[in-house]
Ligand binder design. Structure first.
Ligand code: WQD
Length: 349
């Protein structure tokens, strides 16, 4: 049986590399298109160690029609997981054109190349940031768009473009997956998140404090209307998100039209909840300083997850403690990220 070839744009990145693991485990064969501007090709070597099959990497930009046409011509692609994009909210505010260029123009170029190649099954990695900070939690997919920054608005624009495409041509099968907060790492300890420079996001920062690379975590505000005053989010294991992509791929292969689903756990956790879970994982205290609120932060949001369960038969399975334990195993085994020689597989924490 020929294994379906899946183009994974951004497949060398944090979610992308984990999606490759889930694809291979499900019997698909990923081929990765990545600029490596914010990812490391050695992540695909790690995928190879985990799965026994290393995805082929095409180094290139999703905005480059020539590269795209060559990939579709040479690789017999059956469907696409589109994860390539810029995702730092704060940087999108200072560089909106850069974000609209990569996230919106890149998605447009990809859809046009798919149309030319006659490949019309697309899984788009969208984001909970399309909801902005006014939706009431748990947030359903029917909530209105209310993005409050260029990053979130870029995701709204692509969702709207794909909805118009789906309405114009019923041959397309499209799924928009709204990630909440993906964290964690593959249980082997071979794959994980290694941001370049000081992490913007909570869990990579906490992890670097836990391993002694940084002195303390600054909690951005403890005067919110939440159970402990700190910000609440829906943290979801990156492997659950990866498996959600596979479930969506299977669905979109069988069903034409457009499906939009949340990928979350349906549970909110505060900053202090996460830090406490990480302390249970690493076995020691993590130093915390309370600082001012971070501009643009919403107080609290988490997903309504019923739609993904009903349509995809997918539900997040891994707990916050497992997310932190898997993050910690990755951090311990790879203090310098992919610069570490490949640890023995699986890593024993
Ligand atoms: C989480 C909570 C902070 C750092 C991110 C991405 C966004 C989207 C979802 C992809 C907040 C608090 C953080 C720190 C802290 N990803 N915090 N100290 O802002 O929810 O959104 O994930 O679509 O692109 O930006 O995640 O991890 O930055 O913050 O107190 O050092 O942790 O205030 O309450 P966020 P985050």
């Amino acid at each position: 049986m020929t294994l379906s070839k899946i183009l994974v744009t951004g497949g060398a990145g944090f979610v992308g590399s984990h999606a490759c693991v889930a694809l291979i485990a499900a019997g698909f064969r990923p081929v990765v298109l990545d600029t490596l501007v914010n990812s490391d090709p050695r992540s695909l070597e790690r995928v190879g160690r985990i799965c026994g099959v290393q995805p082929q990497l095409v180094r290139g930009d999703v905005r480059d029609a020539t590269v795209l046409d060559r990939v579709f011509a040479e690789h017999g692609v059956d469907a696409v997981l589109h994860l390539a994009g810029l995702k730092a909210v704060s940087r999108s505010v200072s560089d909106p054109l850069g974000y609209y260029d990569v996230n919106v123009a890149g998605s447009l170029a990809l859809a046009q190349a798919m149309e030319r190649a006659g490949v019309r099954t697309l899984i788009f990695s969208s984001s909970a940031t399309v909801y902005g900070d006014i939706a009431r939690s748990p947030i359903r997919e029917s909530a209105s768009y209310a993005a409050v920054n260029p990053y979130g608005r870029s995701k709204v624009m692509v969702e709207r473009m794909l909805a118009d495409l789906s309405r114009s041509d019923p041959r397309w099968g499209i799924a928009c997956l709204r990630f909440f907060n993906p964290i964690g790492a593959h249980e082997s300890g071979l794959l994980g998140e290694h941001p370049q420079g000081p992490p913007d996001n909570l869990v990579p920062y906490v992890s670097q404090v836990a391993v002694g690379e940084r002195g303390h975590v600054v909690v951005h505000g403890n005067d919110y209307e939440t159970h402990d005053g700190t910000g609440v989010r829906d943290y979801v294991h990156v492997m659950d998100v990866a498996e959600g992509h596979v479930a969506a791929l299977r669905y979109a292969t069988l069903h034409r039209g457009l499906l939009t689903v949340n990928l979350g756990t349906g549970r909110g956790a505060s900053v202090l909840d996460v830090i406490a879970a990480f302390e249970r994982a690493c076995g020691h205290r993590i130093a915390v300083h309370i600082g001012p609120r971070r501009p643009g932060d919403a107080p609290a949001y988490w997903a309504d997850v019923q739609h993904a369960q009903d349509r995809l038969g997918w539900r997040a399975r891994r707990s916050l403690d497992q997310m932190c334990a898997d993050s910690w195993r990755w951090q311990l085994a790879n203090p310098r990220g992919f610069d570490e020689p490949v640890p023995d597989f699986p890593v024993r924490a």
